[in-house]
Design a protein. Structure first.
Length: 137
């Protein structure tokens, strides 16, 4: 719904989410899309408080969504250092494409061992890359 621009519908559905992790994650993205940055910031702070020790890849993704590249890379490095099992799975998520132009992305993907020529190394974020993301945002 969020990708379709149906923000109020997405917000209504997110209210029904029983798991705090997904509720914070989703509502952060919705309020950010609605231009309610203060509310999104508050939700992000709560997400960090509750999940920063166990979900560094998700935090990297949320910062990429916000366009905060330095913080996204900081959390990607944390995820790598902690061997976060979600890291490889989420590398193809939509908002990580916001980082593809940055030379740090190339270095990070290379450090992870992806082969030269892998589509994750493409700088054109609008290219027809396969989207295997199950993310709602």
């Amino acid at each position: 719904m969020l990708r379709q621009g149906r923000y109020q519908d997405a917000l209504s559905e997110s209210e029904k989410e029983p798991h705090e992790f997904w509720k914070l994650y989703t509502q952060h993205c919705i309020f950010l899309a609605l231009g309610q940055k203060r509310k999104a910031d508050s939700l992000l702070k709560e997400f960090i408080r509750q999940y920063s020790q166990t979900h560094p890849t998700t935090l990297a993704y949320l910062y990429a969504c916000r366009g905060e590249e330095d913080k996204a890379f900081t959390w990607l490095e944390t995820a790598y250092a902690q061997r976060d099992p979600n890291l490889v799975m989420k590398m193809n998520y939509t908002y990580f494409r916001n980082l593809h132009h940055d030379p740090r992305w190339q270095a990070f993907v290379g450090k992870m061992g992806f082969p030269e020529g892998h589509w994750l190394l493409e700088q054109d974020i609008y290219r027809e890359a396969p989207d295997h993301s199950s993310s709602i945002v």
